[in-house]
Design a protein around this ligand. Sequence first.
Ligand SMILES: NC(=O)c1ccc[n+]([C@@H]2O[C@H](COP(=O)([O-])OP(=O)(O)OC[C@H]3O[C@@H](n4cnc5c(N)ncnc54)[C@H](OP(=O)(O)O)[C@@H]3O)[C@@H](O)[C@H]2O)c1
Length: 250
Amino acid sequence: MRMELPDLTGKVAVITGASRGLGAGLAKDFLARGMKVALSARSPQPFEDGEHVLTRQFDVSDPKAMAEFSSAAVAQFGQIDLWINNAGIIHPVVKARDLDGPALYQSLDVNVLGVLYGSQNFVRHVESRSGEGVLLNISSGAAYSGMSGWAAYCMGKASVDRLTETFQLEEAEHGVRCYSVAPGIIDTDMQAQIRDCKEEVFPNVAQFHEYKAQDLYNTVRHVAKHLLQMAFAPSARPDTVSARIPAEKG
Ligand SMILES: NC(=O)c1ccc[n+]([C@@H]2O[C@H](COP(=O)([O-])OP(=O)(O)OC[C@H]3O[C@@H](n4cnc5c(N)ncnc54)[C@H](OP(=O)(O)O)[C@@H]3O)[C@@H](O)[C@H]2O)c1
């Protein structure tokens, strides 16, 4: 079904994890639609700061830096309409029995706590102003079922789904609509890291080489269109908080 997007000129979106991959692609797509974007990642983002763009470098697991970023976005743009917690990491890819130490904590810090901190700032912002705001937390198919070698990633993304459902229950009355969205597979650095995994720790690796060989990826354009429809096209609102973007090909 074709769902038209309203004119999005001037709408403001925050995107974390915008130095490359899906986040940078979404930012480019949104800017081309006349939107304004506040972007973050640890490394520089491929956009110049200006009237329509604010960039910041920080780790999403730093709650103080996240709060400063949110305040800077509101100071520059007046309000935030859409907040996308997109920053995420796949590693460590090891058996669950061997999960331990800094790599495990970093995975949960980024994939779970980073999403929590971003969501907290956004819902406080929406409550402080009039009108609706949309929170999109980028999840994964890994939230729906376990995958050998991906225990850290699976538990992080499953947590994102439950966390987002909880925000929806608590914040709907303040005008926030929340979705946790599995975007399908997109050919980013994360997919290259997955294909580099050894079969001993990630037995499904051949399947990911096959995705590459057959180019079964969702384009960023496809993902962007679906995310924007969820946020701004009333007829495209998912029935559930945890939602999946349909495969574009295959
Ligand atoms: N690609 C896929 O097929 C796929 C499938 C399902 C779900 N996803 C999800 O989609 C999202 C984007 O993934 P991607 O494929 O675009 O990955 P990517 O190419 O590896 O990009 C990840 C982004 O997250 C940022 N990031 C990582 N750790 C960070 C930290 N501690 N603090 C701040 N930013 C951090 C990275 O920037 P810096 O390194 O510069 O900080 C980068 O901009 C992730 O949540 C991922 O789990 C991807």
